[in-house]
Design a protein around this ligand. Sequence first.
Ligand code: FE2
Length: 481
Amino acid sequence: MIEGTEVLIVDDSPDILDVLGEFLRLHGCLVHEARTGKEALKILSEEKVEAVIADVKLPDTNGISLLEGIKSLDPTIPVIMITGYFEPNLIVDSMRKGASDFILKPIEFERLILALFRAKRERELLLEKMRIQDFLDDKKKILFLNRELQEKIKEISLMYQISEKFNTIKLEEDIFEKVLEVVGEIFEGRSCAYYVVDSKEKKIVPFKTRGTREIWRSITVPEATLDDLLSKKRHMEMENLFFVPVVIKGECVGFIGMEGKRKNGKLEEGELLLLKTIAEKSSVHIENRMLYESLFQNIIQTLKSLVISINRRDAYTSGHCERVTKNSVRVGEILGVSDYEKNILKVTGSVHDVGKIGIPDAILLKPGRLTEEEYRIMKNHSVYGEEIISRFEILANEAKIVKHHHERFDGRGYPDGLLSDEIPLCSRIIAVCDAYDAMVTERPYRRALSREEALSEIKRCRGTQFDPQVVDAFMEMMDEC
Ligand SMILES: [Fe+2]
């Protein structure tokens, strides 16, 4: 029952120590002996004592103080108190302070064994309970850490998604629409809008919106709040909407607005951080886009001034580029081209003949028909145009369109003799609009054709010189006028 138990006996009587010690050793216990409280505590701090049997009267202390000392050292060690007198107050006090049992002298050994066994068992149960408690505490900690880790992983993965989405925005895409698309995807379809600031009216006005909520309307902001927002670039919360500023070069240029959670209209801290991240990324991309567009416009202006200088030399072509551009964009629309292609048509319509700058005046301005050799030189203008435009890396596609604007659908055009679909669609559109405008313009060597004559010529060349689908769209456009 109690074999192997390490027991400390504390008593100032050598007889009791001898008898008790001998008895317990006979029952297989490992016995330590102490005559004073001090000795007892020393042994307890050095040995693996599993139970203490202590007299309530000791030379240096009383049993209650020793009990308190033992429990403060290790609250799991059971203490069995022994006394020569029945003292109810002492018994109650000892039990309240954690004594396991109380045995009167003379000691009944059988009772002592039972008390020791019970105390030992209680200690085992207590230790087991503490181990389980520690395990549960650890498990709770692990669960908590796991949850935190999951949150972090989710946050990192969302941050990565945001970067990825911004990195894949193409030049031809509307940056503001893309910003809202990112917000919509990250926040699972919540309504959002990009707002610009109307400082004069003290309003923020939606510029692009996503979602169907009628809540996306101009919002009047108190003057002090607006000034505060613009100067401190903080986010603001109005009703259940959240606005995060988009800051470029220290200036607040707009806000991304988003509704809070549908349940409670709030925004969690993590969500606000994500929205701010999107606003920061948007700032960089909007700034880049503004720089790009200003550079792009500069280049187009430069090319247009080249075209103007050609037009000055060749007065008959004045207004030609504007008409070709207008018609090409409309034909493109009828054919359902993308916004990107429409922009290409706007640029190439204006500058498709920029290569004529490389054609000598004697040929370009010749009042009569060109000789074969002169025509061969004249044909170089599409390649010259490509060479000029391709110097600007951002106009690589436009350069290709200009190069092929004299290709024929049947493959007999120039410079490369491309056939049907090999010719870029925008080049096929420019080809028809360019030819029509040339026909209705008077030249020194021939009169201008009438609208009907030119249209019937275009129809005649449907499928040979021109793409039939482009011709059909062109006719549809002419019907509109
Ligand atoms: Fe041309």
